[in-house]
Write a protein that binds this ligand. Structure first.
Ligand SMILES: Cc1cc2nc3c(=O)[nH]c(=O)nc-3n(C[C@H](O)[C@H](O)[C@H](O)COP(=O)(O)OP(=O)(O)OC[C@H]3O[C@@H](n4cnc5c(N)ncnc54)[C@H](O)[C@@H]3O)c2cc1C
Length: 494
C-alpha cells in the first residue's frame, strides 16, 4: 500500500503521528474532526476523502467535543454545539457518515477513538499548534492503525517556517519571500461534492450504546440541553454571538460588504465596529483563512500577478490589493500566523521566560516598583477597579466574550500596571482572557497577552515605573483617541 493517496493536499501539510500501517482490509476511513470543525475548505477532510476514495472505503467523520479542558464553559461549548448543528446539515447530503459526540466525562473520547480504530483503515486528524481536548496524537503511538494529522491552520504551512520569528517585520518579510507558492494551493471549497463512496456502515453496538452520537438531538430544539450533562464552568454563560460555519459565512459577508471599506480609518472604534468579528470562528475552525482570503481576493478582483516582487517587510504594498484589504490581511495573515508559528515552534509559548531578553530585563528592574493600585484576580474579574473604561471593557468580556482590539490592548496593559508583579500579571491575563473570551485559548491569545509584556515589540522611551521600556498605554489617551461615551453607558455596572 502506498503511503500517500493521490491527493491535492500539499505534502508540507501532512504529518504521520505513528508508524502503524494502513489497514487496507479495514472497514472505513475515520476523519477525527476536533479542531477544524467544518465541511468545506478543510485540507484534513480533503485528505481523508482522498484516502477513502483510493481505498474504496466508506468515510466516517467523527466530531468530538471534550470536557476535560481547564477553560471549558457553557459559553464556548454552546458555540461549538451550534457549529455541530450546521455540520450535521452540511454532511447530510454527502456520501460520508457524520458522528458528533459529546463527552460527559473526560477520557470518553479516547475510548471512542480506540474502538473506532479497531475497524479503521487509518485515522486522519487536525494538526493544531496548541494542545486541545480530544487530541488523538496523545494516544496515537498505541493506535493499531496509521494516524495522520493535516495542517490547515494558515496560508503558510506550519512546517515551512524553520524558527519562531521575533518580530512582525521579520515574519512579514519571510512571508513575502515564500507565501506566493502557497496562495494557489487552496483546499477544496466542497471536498465531498460528487464524491462516490460506499455508504458508511453502522458502527459497532458497543460504540452505539456506550458512546452514542448526538446527531438526532442536534436537529431538535433541545440541542442546548445536551450541554447539561457535561461538567462545564456555567458561571461563564453562553454569549449572544452564534457559532458555526453558517454564522461565520454571514459574518464574513457583512464584513466585506459593509465594514472593510472603513477598516483602515475606523478599526479602533468601539461604539460602532468595523473589524470582521471573525476571531471566534477562526478559533473553532468554523471558517478557514483560505476561504476568507479567497472571498477577499474576489471582492478585490485580485489575481496573483499583483503580488510584489521584493520582500520589503512593509505592511502595505506587497499584496497588490486596496489599502483596507491590505490592512486586514496584515492582521489575518501576518499577526495571526506569527502566533501560529510561535506556538508551533516554541514549547514555552505560554511561559514568562519566553519573553524577549530586553523585556525580561526591564520588567525585572521595575518589578518591585511601588504600585498605586494592586488588584486581585477576583477584583479584576468583577470589574472592581477605579477606572471606568477598564471596568467597561472587562464587563463586555464577561457578558459578551469579547473586547474590541484597541481596548483589549489597554485592558492588558492595565493588568500589568495593577498587578503585584509582571509574572502575576501574566497569570491573570491568561486566566481572564481564556476563561471569558470566545476566541480564547488560541495562539493569538498568547500573542496578545505576551505582547502586553513585550513580545513582538521593541523598547519604548521614556523609561517608566513598573513598565520600564515596555510600551505603555493610558485610559486617558485612549479616551481622547476614540469615542467611548456610548461604550461606557452600554457596559455600565448593572
Ligand atoms: C491582551 C490581548 C489578548 C488577545 N487575545 C486574543 C485571543 O484570545 N484570541 C484572538 O483571536 N485574538 C486575541 N487578541 C488579538 C485581537 O484582539 C483579536 O484577534 C481581534 O480583536 C479579533 O477581532 P476581529 O476578528 O474582529 O479582528 P479583525 O481586525 O477583523 O482581524 C481579522 C483576524 O486577524 C487576526 N488578528 C487581528 N488582530 C490581531 C492581533 N492583534 N494579533 C493576532 N491576530 C490578530 C484574528 O484572527 C482576527 O480574527 C488579543 C489581543 C490582546 C491585546
Amino acid at each position: 500500500m502506498s503511503s500517500k493517496p493521490i491527493s491535492a493536499v500539499p505534502a508540507e501539510r501532512v504529518r504521520a503521528c505513528n508508524t502503524a500501517a494502513i489497514a487496507s482490509d479495514g472497514s472505513y476511513v475515520v476523519y477525527w474532526m476536533h479542531a477544524v470543525r467544518r465541511a468545506g475548505w478543510n485540507f484534513a477532510l480533503q485528505r481523508a476523502a482522498d484516502w477513502a476514495r483510493e481505498l474504496k472505503k466508506p468515510l466516517w467523520i467523527v466530531e468530538p467535543l471534550g470536557c476535560g479542558g481547564r477553560w471549558d464553559s457553557a459559553r464556548r461549548h454552546r458555540f461549538v454545539l451550534q457549529g455541530m448543528t450546521d455540520n450535521a446539515r452540511d454532511f447530510e447530503k454527502t456520501a460520508a457518515g457524520y458522528y458528533p459526540y459529546l463527552e460527559t466525562a473526560p477520557g470518553e473520547a479516547e475510548t471512542l477513538l480506540r474502538e473506532l480504530a479497531r475497524d479503521a483503515c487509518l485515522i486522519v486528524g487536525d494538526d493544531y499548534p496548541l494542545p486541545l481536548d480530544c487530541d488523538p496524537e496523545s494516544w496515537g503511538k498505541s493506535l493499531p492503525v496509521r494516524l495522520e494529522k493535516v495542517d490547515g491552520n494558515g496560508l503558510l504551512p506550519l512546517q515551512t517556517a524553520p524558527e519562531a520569528f521575533p518580530t512582525a517585520f521579520s515574519f512579514r518579510r519571510f512571508l513575502q519571500r515564500c507565501l506566493r507558492d502557497y496562495l494557489l494551493d487552496l483546499p477544496k471549497a466542497r471536498p465531498l461534492a460528487r464524491l462516490k463512496l460506499p455508504p458508511a456502515p453502522p458502527l459497532t453496538k458497543t460504540i452505539r450504546s456506550r458512546r452514542p452520537s448526538c446527531r438526532r438531538q442536534l436537529a431538535s430544539k433541545v440541542a442546548d440541553s445536551l450541554l447539561e450533562k457535561m461538567p462545564l464552568d456555567r458561571h461563564v454563560s453562553p454569549a449572544e454571538t452564534v457559532g458555526g460555519p453558517c454564522a461565520a459565512r454571514a459574518v464574513l459577508k457583512r464584513f466585506l460588504e459593509k465594514r472593510l471599506i472603513h477598516y483602515c480609518d475606523r478599526r479602533n472604534d468601539v461604539e460602532e465596529e468595523f473589524t470582521s468579528g471573525l476571531s471566534p470562528y477562526l478559533h473553532f475552525g468554523h471558517v478557514s483563512v483560505h476561504e476568507i482570503f479567497s472571498a477577499l481576493a474576489r471582492h478585490e478582483s485580485w489575481t496573483p500577478d499583483r503580488l510584489g516582487e521584493k520582500p520589503t517587510g512593509r505592511r502595505e504594498g506587497w499584496w497588490g490589493m486596496g489599502r483596507p484589504a491590505e490592512a486586514f490581511l496584515d492582521e489575518l495573515v501576518t499577526w495571526r500566523e506569527i502566533g501560529l508559528n510561535f506556538c508551533w515552534r516554541r514549547r514555552d509559548y505560554d511561559r514568562y521566560d519566553s519573553l524577549p531578553d530586553w523585556a525580561k530585563k526591564t520588567l525585572a528592574k521595575h518589578a518591585k516598583d511601588a504600585r498605586q493600585y494592586v488588584y486581585s484576580l477576583k477584583q479584576l474579574e468583577r470589574a472592581e477597579t477605579h477606572d471606568p473604561l477598564w471596568n467597561a471593557a472587562q464587563r463586555q468580556l464577561v457578558r459578551e466574550g469579547r473586547i474590541p482590539n484597541y481596548l483589549r490592548m489597554l485592558w492588558g496593559k492595565k493588568i500589568l500596571e495593577w498587578s503585584a508583579s509582571p509574572r502575576r500579571a501574566l497569570k491573570i491575563l491568561i486566566e481572564l482572557n481564556n476563561r471569558y473570551a470566545l476566541d480564547g485559548e488560541d495562539p493569538n491569545s498568547y500573542s496578545g497577552v505576551f505582547w502586553v509584556l513585550g513580545r513582538y515589540d521593541r523598547p519604548w522611551g521614556p523609561e517608566r515605573p513598573i513598565f520600564g521600556t515596555v510600551r505603555y498605554m493610558s485610559s486617558e489617551n485612549t479616551a481622547r483617541k476614540i469615542r467611548v461615551n456610548g461604550y461606557l453607558q452600554r457596559f455600565a455596572a448593572e
